[in-house]
Design a protein around this ligand. Structure first.
Ligand code: PLP
Length: 389
């Protein structure tokens, strides 16, 4: 990407955000202080789940979420091939195996019919998944009612990868209330909807899962007498009762996150305004615009268009390259995970998930972030029209 290019995503930082971080720097705690529970409370208040655990990334949140559900060697985890690699890697960290479920060609999310077919086959072969991770791609919620019903019927647990989706709604309720899942995970990377620079959070309604994740976040150490094997040796005492990690978020990050949370509604509303303007600008171009399921209100983390490749002469890489040359920082979300060499070595073939491959051959993420102006959008669409010539 050239200097001065319009990126595909970008954080929006206010003076209040900066002040929030600076005040932590002047305080007694840079980490393990009061900003962490404040941020967790802000997310809980927004999404309506009972427990929240701030961690240093969504990748860490996915890892401890899987471990808390008991995922381990001999188990399977299924997810969508159209996601960031982290949604699948979390299974491998636990020694479990990964498989994928093809996407719905309209929402680009894990397809519930394909999931049901694959579950029936897996049942016959005695290799049902222990955990399924639906990913709310671009912020559009998955068909959680159906996925949850399949979970009840086939006995799997559900982690929603809502890295793109904080601030969105499913059937009128906030994503992250965990009505249809065990755990929901958010990412706060700068391109996502709110940011803590690096950071993530796991939310759940189950106290046992919250407790397990709380231990795993910080070395498996507890200071809670109730959880100890014997009474404390003294006031200094703590016990390590599980094997955990250092996945903690800092207080500087949490203060930034809490400050960003106060603008969450504004951020998502602005993304919708941008999407509506894109729709007007691109109405006559040979591209398929994002389809929004009526059950959902998307967080609109990404704005993915699909090229109607049969209607244009330039190739998909040709259009992409032309946009980049014109200073538009387009991207592609995502390279199907099963085609990554690390996964291909496990035996996956590109054709295993044909809808994912078709999507990959046509998708382009256009710039989408709150500070994108109408003039910049017009520049983006002008460049796209040029690239499609
Ligand atoms: C960004 C992202 C992650 C990982 O988030 P980090 O906070 O960077 O670890 C996981 N899943 C999806 C779908 C993502 O987009």
């Amino acid at each position: 990407m050239t200097i001065g290019a319009i990126p595909y995503g970008r954080q929006s930082i206010s003076d209040a955000d900066i002040q929030a971080v600076v005040s932590v720097l002047y305080s007694d705690f840079l980490t393990q202080g009061p900003a962490i529970p404040s941020f967790e409370q802000a997310v809980i208040a927004h999404c309506g789940a009972r427990h929240a655990l701030a961690v240093n990334s969504a990748t860490s949140a996915l890892h401890i979420a899987c471990l808390s559900l008991g995922l381990g060697p001999g188990d399977w985890l299924w997810t969508s091939p159209i996601t960031f690699v982290a949604s699948a890697n979390c299974a491998l960290y636990c020694g479990a195996r990964v498989d994928f479920v093809d996407i719905d060609p309209r929402t680009y999310n894990l397809c519930p019919e394909a999931l049901e077919r694959k579950l029936l086959k897996a049942q016959r072969e005695n290799r049902l998944p222990k955990v399924v991770i639906p990913v709310h791609l671009c912020g559009q919620p998955c068909d959680m009612v159906r996925i949850h019903a399949l979970g009840q019927r086939f006995g799997f647990r559900i982690i929603e990868d809502a890295s793109h989706a904080i601030g969105g709604k499913y059937q009128g309720e906030p994503i992250g209330n965990c009505r249809y899942s065990d755990i929901t995970v958010f990412s706060f990377h700068p391109v996502k909807i709110i940011t803590t620079a690096e950071g993530g959070m796991a939310v759940t309604n189950a106290p046992d899962l919250a407790n397990a994740m709380s231990l795993l976040r910080s070395h498996g150490i507890t200071r809670d007498v109730e959880q100890m094997t014997h009474t404390p040796d003294g006031p200094w005492y703590y016990q390590q009762i599980a094997l955990g990690f250092n996945y903690r978020m800092t207080d500087m990050q949490a203060a930034l996150g809490a400050s960003q949370m106060s603008r969450l509604g504004e951020f998502v509303a602005k993304r919708h305004t941008i999407a509506e303007h894109y729709e007007r600008l691109m109405a006559d171009l040979p591209v398929t615009l994002p389809w929004q399921h009526p059950d959902g209100y998307s967080g609109l983390h990404l704005y993915v268009i699909r090229l109607q490749t049969e209607r244009i002469t330039r190739t998909h890489p040709g259009v992409f390259e032309s946009l980049r040359k014109q200073g538009i920082g387009v991207n592609l979300h995502y390279i199907p995970v099963h085609t990554q060499p690390y996964y291909a070595r496990m035996g996956f073939c590109p054709e295993d998930f044909p809808q994912a491959m078709q999507y990959y051959a046509q998708a382009i993420s256009l710039p989408m972030y709150p500070d994108l102006t109408e003039a910049m959008q017009e520049q983006v669409v002008g460049a796209l029209a040029e690239a499609l010539q």
